[in-house]
Design a protein around this ligand. Sequence first.
Ligand code: 13P
Length: 282
Amino acid sequence: MRVPVVVANWKMHKTVGEAKAFVATFLPLVEGVKGCTIVLCPPFTALPAVGEMLKGTHIALGAQDLFWREQGAFTGEISPIMLTDVGCTFVIIGHSERRGRFGKPDPELADPQLRSIFSETDASVNKKVHAALKHGLTPIICVGETLSEREQGHTDEVVRTQLRKALEGLTKEQVAQVVIAYEPVWAIGTGNVCDAKEANRVCGLIRSILSDLFGTEVSEKVRIQYGGSITPENIPDLAAQEQIDGGLVGGASLKPDSFATIVKTVAHAKQTPMDFSNLWKP
Ligand code: 13P
């Protein structure tokens, strides 16, 4: 039975003060919630403060990216060692907002050449996944198609390629530890949540690709999330799907009450059936 995982990706939101205020309100709201891994991914600047507040709780700290080298002349980058040093145990890798070809149009940039601001590739995603695992960080690997790729019928092929390249060179034991987030680009920040059945289909496809590549035992262990315009209103439908093991939440994770509702809904929907086998019998 897979333990579901719900992750807050705050993206470029919240000062240290705002992050601390969130945690102070959020902790009591999810006190006693069991059977669900909860992860907060604040921006780098808030990691130490949030990490301090999460110490001794059942909530994990995650970063939104990392660089694969341990140290060196890499201005502006963050190493896996720096992340574990402040208490991170998870890291998001290959988010579509960082993948070069998905660079979103920014109205402030007139030159279309400048629209792909970041330059993540399948190869750099793979290096980052290896680096994360080497340092004991659980990678949350994002895959997903753009709107035009979906319209052209290329969804399955895009997801298959991204997944295969991200996991290249990993052992079965390593693959069993990763979290995969299916985040269709057209659903992120748009309010256009993917239909729950279709999200379930793609998450199932991801599991069958994992099974082809690494065997069924491994594929049954990997946690596969959906992400893209998750809200407290649409999470019950998504969480009810068999292949969806939780969510990667952007906008709705910025408010403690809406994120707590999402966490509780997932935990409730995925409750492990009661095990009667150990009960005392006369
Ligand atoms: P939204 O929930 O704001 O659509 O963002 C999803 C996302 O990108 C999480 O990583």
